[in-house]
Design a binder for this molecule. Structure first.
Ligand SMILES: C[S@@+](CC[C@H](N)C(=O)[O-])C[C@H]1O[C@@H](n2cnc3c(N)ncnc32)[C@H](O)[C@@H]1O
Length: 372
């Protein structure tokens, strides 16, 4: 194993135990100068010292070396299932939605794949500010009606304003999806980027089935995180380095096993739909790929949004928090550091290169089928 993979957690362990470097040195039979060097990572302890150090702190050698989280580093919930979390994400949602669909492709799906030629009643569960409604209504047959439900008040309020401004027929309801009365059945029930934030997709898909008419269309749309991780190319940067997300697979697995987010929901949705009895399940993919270059009128806006995304965790305090968050999900300190350094490198490159061009592919999968 390379030395760079090691993040000796000595200083924090000693401070947590409230002992001096001299006291620690005396306990394990070395000098305080050695302890100081190890804490600063100027040198690493001899391999024969590791068991004594680990046993002093009652942890494993792997924990001491930062290769696995400490036992007491409890899992930090993503909070992505709470309305407070989403109420603070309007700007994020607006920015990321903009590049996620091509309107002509959505029109193709509506007319040629789903073959919708009569007015429909459509229900969007976890609608946010109603983005899918704003996009779908102009391509659905006249007389169609959109209903969206979301428990984040800020998003619903913003959506209501947008629908009014654009004069689009739609009702945005503030409420919890699971408390929505099953009085009325809809022709189309959809959800976009909601299942990936729920560890278990079964309850929501079952709810969708209860709210859809017999033979009604059920649509689950999600992006796949693995695709996103290899879906960024920046002209002038090393693509291999951009793709490197070592350790993130532990983070995703840990969240999934804790019933938190499922970043592979896009891959699993169709299988759950089929198991629950939805008929003729199929999958399509949104053809949207962002190719961003200075010739485009909205270049500055797109680029600054993207820079903001990459600098989200780069502040010092946030970075400490981010590392601790990632370590609580099974990543080593080094993996978390490397991942954040990669983000920082992207941010720096984009700031320093006025005319930087990039390609971004998110891998949005559209799983759909018909209610039995
Ligand atoms: C990633 S956002 C997607 C929003 C929207 N579908 C879009 O694509 O723009 C997930 C949304 O699901 C909503 N949500 C999650 N769980 C919910 C629940 N139990 N009831 C209502 N809304 C919920 C959140 O408030 C958030 O707006």
């Amino acid at each position: 194993m390379k030395e760079t993979m090691i993040h000796l957690r000595l200083a924090e362990l000693r401070k947590a135990k409230k002992i001096t470097q001299q006291e620690l040195a005396d306990s394990i039979g070395t000098s305080y100068q050695n302890i100081s060097k190890w804490e600063n990572q100027t040198t690493l302890p001899d391999i024969t010292m590791l068991p004594a150090l680990a046993s002093f702190f009652d942890i494993s050698v792997d924990e001491l070396l930062g290769l696995v989280p400490l036992k007491n580093e409890v899992y930090q919930d993503s909070k992505a299932s709470t309305e407070n979390y989403w109420n603070r994400r309007l700007e994020y949602l607006e920015r990321t939605r903009k590049e996620s669909w091509n309107e002509d492709y959505l029109q193709f799906v509506v007319q040629n794949v789903w073959k919708i030629d009569q007015p429909v009643n459509i229900l969007d569960l976890g609608c946010g500010y109603g983005y899918m409604g704003l996009l779908l209504m102009p391509v659905l047959p006249g007389g169609s009606h959109y209903t969206g439900i979301d428990f984040a008040e800020q998003l619903i309020n913003h959506g209501q304003t947008l629908f009014q401004e654009k004069n689009i027929d739609g009702s945005l309801i503030l409420g919890d999806i699971f408390e929505m009365p099953e009085i009325m059945q809809y022709d189309i029930v959809l959800c976009q980027s909601v299942l990936r934030h729920m560890g278990n997709s079964e309850p929501l898909i079952k709810k969708m089935m209860k709210l859809a008419k017999k033979n009604g269309l059920i649509v689950c749309i999600d992006t796949n995180r693995e695709f996103e991780c290899v879906g960024l190319y920046i002209d002038g940067m090393d693509y291999g380095e951009l793709c490197n997300h070592a350790g993130m697979e532990k983070y995703w697995k840990c969240e999934y096993e804790n019933g938190d987010r499922d970043y592979a929901a896009a891959m699993r949705n169709a299988h759950m739909m089929r198991k629950l009895g939805i008929q003729n399940v199929q999958i399509r993919m949104s053809d949207a790929v962002s190719f961003v270059c200075p010739e485009q009128a909205d270049y500055a806006q797109k680029k600054s949004g993207f820079v903001g995304e990459n600098s989200a965790w780069s502040g010092k305090t946030d970075r400490v928090k981010a590392v601790s968050h990632m370590v609580s999900k099974g990543m080593t300190h080094t993996e978390a550091d490397n991942y954040l350094n990669r983000d920082k490198k992207v941010e720096t490159f984009l700031r320093e290169h006025e005319n930087a061009c990039y390609t971004r592919f998110r891998g949005k999968m559209i799983s759909f089928g018909y209610n039995p």
